[in-house]
Design a protein around this ligand. Sequence first.
Ligand code: DAH
Length: 339
Amino acid sequence: MHWDFQQLQDAARQEIESVTDAHSLESFRLKYLGKKGLVADIFLSLASASAAEKGAIGKGANDLRHLVTALITDKQKKVSSQQRPGSHRIDVTMPGAVPNLGHRHILTQTTEEICQVFEKLGFVLEEGPEVETEFNNFTGLNIPIDHPSRDAFDTFYLQASDLTAKGRKLLLRSHTSPGQVRVMTAHKPPLAVIIPGRVYRPDAVDASHSFMFHQIEGLLVDKNIKFSDLKGLLTEFCRRFFGPSVKMRFRPHYFPFTEPSAEVDIAADIFKGTSRKPWLEILGCGMVNPKVFAVAGYPPGIYTGLAFGMGVERMAMLRHGIRDIRMFYENDVRFLNQF
Ligand code: DAH
């Protein structure tokens, strides 16, 4: 039998053009490469071919088979990409693209942890605004008009004045203590609150100062609250937060809104071998000054209260051995991811 291989190849090339889907591609494959397909027929014809013809027929059949196989492979790619637009083979065993999961900032974690300790002790969480009146930040807390902290060098004053409060000056709160004035003017004793938040002071930035940092204010007012309650509460807090072997000390101090007042220091092992002092101050505290009760309109002589304000950055530094406050705000993930 005579085969015109050139014509068969041309026909195959032409036919593949009209193949547009998997179904017609399979028909094409069967027609040429199937058990009863053309290539098989050609090989079968070898039996009746003369010895001289055999070589050419065998080569022609093989060439045709290779051509058709190549045409099919090529078409398969087009057909499958048409069937599932935009799709390609997915290797389900490949590791997926894992999105970078964020987590709460170390200062948020520390704030929450501190608040939780006090919440377990019965304190309620309150919040105050970062933009405060000069009254709540200073006057209501018995901070006299000539007190150095009122100076513009120590407080960020805003150009705008408080329209709701007869043109009183506004500022970025320099501590969370104005929360005390807000809570006491809104609520009668007994009360126990903690007020976390950001505070602002125009300090020059260095390893232990920032123009913005975080504090947590605490206030407990009732009948018969004593200085020993303040000491006991803060000692218990420090044991829960830093562990039972924490070394702390109360040091007499002065604040206009508490009388008497103290500061609490924690033994700072993190500064061992540096020129920095071995104790780090973490909070100011005291017994609420009766003058502040008067601002809130509480009747004199009935209530006593304890108050404290602690620095969150310092708590985190002591807890985790961080020596430089600037690291909290640089947003370097190599630092942040450690917590
Ligand atoms: N507000 C003070 C400060 O930022 C800290 C403080 C001291 C808060 C004594 C208090 C307190 O509640 O009783 O330095």
